[in-house]
Design a protein around this ligand. Structure first.
Ligand code: GLC
Ligand code: CA
Length: 577
């Protein structure tokens, strides 16, 4: 069955992390006018949709994922007028805008929470999750249950004023909203309507799989006996009412607009669980970010089964093939749709994780990973800087360069071995994806004329957008070409060619075909530094022509059954019968 076409399926989405993208006024923080000044650049890359990480007023306890006003723009980023101008600039260029909707929690500085904490009888008391303390036999006060938060100790904070605890799955400045309360749900819909009416074209929904908690908030089973607080995902991930809540926001709000929606569903590894959010007949979301590939190098704590991203573990190409293939073929007949991504603001840089970011190999690696992505079925998401092959910052940067609250809290957690901690941060900290965008080779990479809020990666003279724009062989030029190829070829994207993996046991090469009607693509990706000879068994190989490769002009090369692939070489062939 050929799935139905939709603009949001064919789109290339570009994620901007506003504080690190472009600073227009020299205060060291990226802003909306900075983004505005780069619209032609984005258009030229081939971007159709821009997704902005949060730009609302925020104390920035978690870099904007802690919102203190859902209907305004943080002064540091600009004004609502600047936002209107940005939307117009995008629409004039036939691009669209996606906003980040963060409604599992707000900031503790949001007016709603300030009211809620003010007294037990305040009408907004029930908008958050408040519970009385528990006392042990000696009369010591404890949180209402033993849940552990995601970035910081217990998931509860005690509020002296009213003598109760409030729930926060993330840091204490991010109290969880109580979705059981109907007024909260209506308030979330109103926020969505506010932005849609103003011209926004869709939402990325932050940790949307955590909005429904199990009734009674029971204690989590003790899986880590030497700790007081326990992983409690089983009581808040994909909870009992989550699908009801999402269906409700779809029918009340989303279905009235022509929008793109993508939910973030971390820590959800059962494909059938993921499918519920996405299958069209469920009328929930267009697609979700599932994290199976992102967690490929995360240690799994055998006690709780939780993935710990900051403790890196080894992975093999066969793991990667399994994950990609699984999702490429998953429930296609039923209309399941993928979000294809390999980076975002919560991840270290992809060439540093999945290939080789040394000076010698970085460009080839970046192009190889571009090919891996543009040849997959699904909506394509590119993260700022990925298109120029930005990499992790150097290992010799001190801890003071790591700004993320998750990093800081992880560092300050005394239950883990420090040498492992440092290794983990150098490889996996979210900070690596948050260094300022590298625009040119002037001071601070042209990101700001002032002092950047976060240090610019030292390699900006060798790696920046301006020099890559001029260089036809650059990573940036390759991405542009790759996106053009993807858009020109229905077999790759528009109408969802079938995905068939080849030669699964090959330890160096990831090979697959995509086919649709009489057209096929053959994709060969060598994930090793060594040259390998590759033979395709079992498929008719005549007539395949190479259209994309990260080595010099292979364009007209025909595929003749066997090929020598150089280190990290990738090739994309096409055949039309
Ligand atoms: C999402 C965001 C991440 C944030 C978290 C809590 O995972 O992507 O940056 O820390 O939610 O809001
Ligand atoms: Ca600024």
């Amino acid at each position: 069955m050929i799935p139905t076409r939709a603009w949001w399926k064919e789109a290339v989405v570009y994620q901007i992390y506003p504080i690190s993208f472009a600073d227009s006024n020299g205060d060291g923080l990226g802003d909306l006018n900075g983004i505005y000044s780069k619209l032609d650049y984005l258009k030229d890359v081939g971007v159709d949709v821009v997704w902005l990480s949060p730009i609302y007023p925020s104390p920035l306890a978690d870099m904007g994922y802690d919102i203190s006003d859902y209907r305004d723009i943080d002064k540091r980023y600009g004004t609502l007028d600047d936002w209107d101008k940005l939307v117009k600039g995008l629409h004039d260029r036939e691009m669209k805008l996606v906003m980040d909707l963060v409604v599992n929690h707000s900031s503790d500085e949001h007016e709603w929470f300030i009211e809620s904490r003010s007294s037990k009888i305040n009408p907004k008391r029930d908008w958050y999750v408040w519970r009385p303390p528990k006392y042990d036999e000696e009369g010591n006060r404890h949180p209402p249950n033993n849940w552990k938060s995601i970035f910081q100790g217990p998931a509860w904070d005690y509020d002296e004023a009213t003598g109760e605890y409030y729930l926060h799955l993330y840091v204490s400045k991010q109290p969880d909203l109580n979705w059981e309360n109907e007024d909260v749900r209506h308030a979330a819909w109103d926020v969505m309507r506010f932005w849609l009416e103003r011209g926004c074209d869709g939402f990325r929904m932050d940790v949307i799989n955590k909005i429904s908690k199990v009734k009674g908030l029971p204690d989590a089973p003790i899986t880590i006996p030497d700790e007081e607080y326990q992983p409690a995902g089983m009581y808040y991930l994909n909870g009992p009412r989550v699908h009801e809540f999402i269906k409700e926001l779809n029918s009340n709000v989303l279905s009235h607009y022509d929008v793109i929606t993508v939910g973030e569903t971390p820590s959800t590894y059962l494909a059938d669980e993921v499918a519920k959010y996405v299958l069209p007949q469920n009328k929930e979301l267009n697609m979700v970010f599932q994290f199976e590939l992102m967690d490929i190098d995360a240690f799994v704590d055998p006690r709780s089964g939780d993935h710990i991203p900051m403790i890196p573990c080894d992975w093999t190409l066969s793991d990667l093939k399994n994950i990609v293939t699984k999702w490429q073929v998953f429930k296609r007949e039923e209309g399941f749709w993928n979000a294809v991504f390999i980076e975002n603001h919560d991840q270290a840089r992809s060439i540093s994780r999945f290939a080789d970011d040394s000076d010698e190999w970085r460009a080839r690696s970046a192009k190889l990973l571009a090919m891996l992505q543009i040849t997959q079925g699904g909506t394509l998401y590119v993260y700022q800087g990925e298109e120029i092959g930005m990499r992790n910052f150097p290992v010799d940067w001190g801890l003071e360069e790591y700004k993320d609250v998750a990093t800081q809290n992880y560092w300050n957690n005394d239950t883990v071995d420090m040498s492992d901690v440092i290794d983990g941060l150098q490889r996996k900290a979210r900070d690596h994806g948050r260094t300022p965008m590298q625009w040119n080779d002037t001071t601070h990479a042209g990101f700001t004329t002032g002092t950047p809020w976060m240090r610019v990666n030292d390699d900006y003279k060798a790696c920046n957008a301006e020099s890559q724009t001029r260089d036809e062989t650059s990573v940036l030029s390759f991405w542009k070409r790759a996106i053009q190829v993807r858009k020109a070829r229905d077999v790759l994207t528009k109408i969802y060619g079938d995905f068939v993996e080849l030669d699964h046991l090959n330890k160096a090469v990831f090979a697959y075909t995509r086919s649709l009607g009489n057209s096929s693509a053959l994709v060969l990706l060598n994930f090793s530094k060594s040259e390998v000879e590759y033979r395709v068994e079992g498929i008719m190989t005549d007539g395949f022509k190479c259209e994309l490769s990260n080595y010099a002009s292979e364009d007209s090369t025909e595929y003749l059954g066997s090929v020598i692939l150089k280190g990290f070489e990738g090739r994309v062939y096409f055949r039309d019968m």
